[in-house]
Design a binder for this molecule. Structure first.
Ligand code: PLP
Length: 429
């Protein structure tokens, strides 16, 4: 149901490419946003359970980040700097080193790529190939790593792969944790194939994985599986790339999604919430011994977005200097689980997916999930689906959403579930 005037709608449908997508589900014109709320031209308020697909983990227009950015702009701080040294970059590097890396006992070099997640993945895959002299990269079923050609080769989603209209090469796909059911450890298959010179699996340059598959349907790998894959990578001379673009920056409770899993990835990719403010920024973390790039070998005009450095530094200092934010995320995640359990209880066969603030409900059909999300939007909630058939209703609320707002959002979702199930029951009678 469109809530906008036809004049305003017309400029989008008449002028913007057919490739537009989220705006088809949330068909209104947004004007303002604050923390977990969005407002449209009709003066309507929406609760945001999408958060820029996990790019707004700290909510919209965080006041501390906004003030830092305003000051930077007011003082004629550089807006664009290629990869020149700037005070803003130096502040970010120092904050990342002192607040993120050192307390976790980590030592990584930071490569700023072009500002999308896909560009960070491209760089990570290229570097792994350069370091090992091998071409093959192992990726997993339902993994999503972006839609540029290299990253798309590692992405499982058939719809996006079809968009390439070219062979997507250099990647071997293997089953992710749980893909063959709870009784099969898919790491056994990888191990067997790596150890069998006649398995047909070319020696891998890297194994790339998400610890929780965001777009693939909120499949959460067990720490034991991730640790085994990391061990197999090491044993077989492949680099381990953890794609933390969606699951990182606190989404699953800790800054990096793999904390506590006992692994040390060779390469980590980050983007989405890294800038904290929704500004484009991407990063590749590289174990120092693998940082063998030649200058400008993977370059780009927009490497290191200076405004994003400013807000990212404020984000790190505000949220990660002590353990308070992590404790808050854990508490809110419990609330999300409780509410999602109610959603699952109301839909026969539905089950919970994901973990922490990256959870959802598999309702068994994309049509049902889509109907529920459409009704939720009518009720004032922005919430999307994920999974191979879009069958998972996915909650990606900002991590800063007040408890009362989370509950209000879930009230809208529960009502949408009730109405949709009632309508479907009537239709079936
Ligand atoms: N990797 C993961 C895990 C993602 O979730 C995404 C985007 O959803 C990407 C890579 C690609 O990031 P971008 O859309 O910024 O290119």
């Amino acid at each position: 149901m469109s809530t906008i005037s036809s004049t305003k709608a017309g400029i989008f449908s008449g002028r913007e490419s057919q490739v537009r997508s989220y705006c088809r589900s949330f068909d209104t014109v947004f004007t303002r946003a604050q923390n977990a709320f969005l407002h449209d031209t009709n003066g309507r308020e929406y609760i945001d359970f999408l958060a820029g697909c996990s790019s707004l983990n700290y909510g919209h227009n965080d006041p501390v980040m906004k003030e830092a950015l305003l000051q930077h702009i007011a003082g004629d701080g550089l807006a664009h700097a290629l990869d020149l040294h700037t005070d803003a970059k130096s502040d970010f590097l120092r904050a990342f080193q002192d607040i993120i890396l050192k307390p976790r006992g980590m030592d990584y070099r930071l490569q700023f790529t072009g500002p999308t997640g896909a560009n960070a993945v491209e760089a990570a895959m290229k570097l792994a190939r350069k370091v090992t002299g091998r071409h093959n990269i192992i990726a997993f079923t339902n993994g999503f790593h972006g839609v540029t050609m290299g990253a798309l080769a590692a992405t499982g989603n058939g719809y996006h792969r079809d968009g390439a209209a070219m062979p997507l090469q250099g990647v071997t796909r293997l089953p992710y944790d749980g893909y063959l059911g709870d009784s099969v450890d898919t790491a056994d298959l990888l191990e067997k194939m790596l150890n069998d010179a006649s398995s047909g699996l070319d020696a891998p340059a890297a194994i790339i994985l998400e610890t929780v598959q965001g777009e693939g349907g909120l499949n959460a790998a067990s720490p034991a599986w991730v640790k085994r894959i990391a061990g197999l990578a090491r044993e077989h001379g492949a680099l381990l790339i953890v794609d933390d673009i969606q699951a990182g920056c606190g989404r699953v409770g800790t800054f990096f999604s793999f904390e506590g899993m006992g692994i040390k990835p060779d390469i980590v990719t980050m983007a989405k919430s890294l800038s904290g403010y929704g500004l484009p920024m991407a990063l590749v973390l590289i174990q120092p011994e693998h940082d063998i790039w030649s200058p400008a070998e993977h370059n780009g005009t927009f490497r290191g977005n200076t405004h994003a450095f400013v807000t990212a530094t404020a984000a790190i200092k505000t949220y990660w200097a002590d353990g308070e934010f992590e404790a808050q995320i854990a508490r809110k995640a419990t609330l999300v689980t409780e509410e999602l359990r109610k959603v699952a209880d109301a839909i026969p066969g539905a089950r919970l997916k994901g973990r922490d603030m990256m959870q959802g409900v598999d309702v068994g059909s994309g049509e049902l999930a889509g109907d529920i999300c459409a009704r939720a939007f009518e009720g004032g909630l922005i919430i999307e689906t994920s999974g191979p058939d879009d069958e998972v209703i996915k909650v990606l609320a900002p991590l800063t959403t007040p408890d009362a707002t989370l509950k209000a959002g879930f009230d809208i979702l529960h009502a949408a579930v009730r109405e949709t199930m009632h309508k479907n029951k009537l239709a079936a009678e």
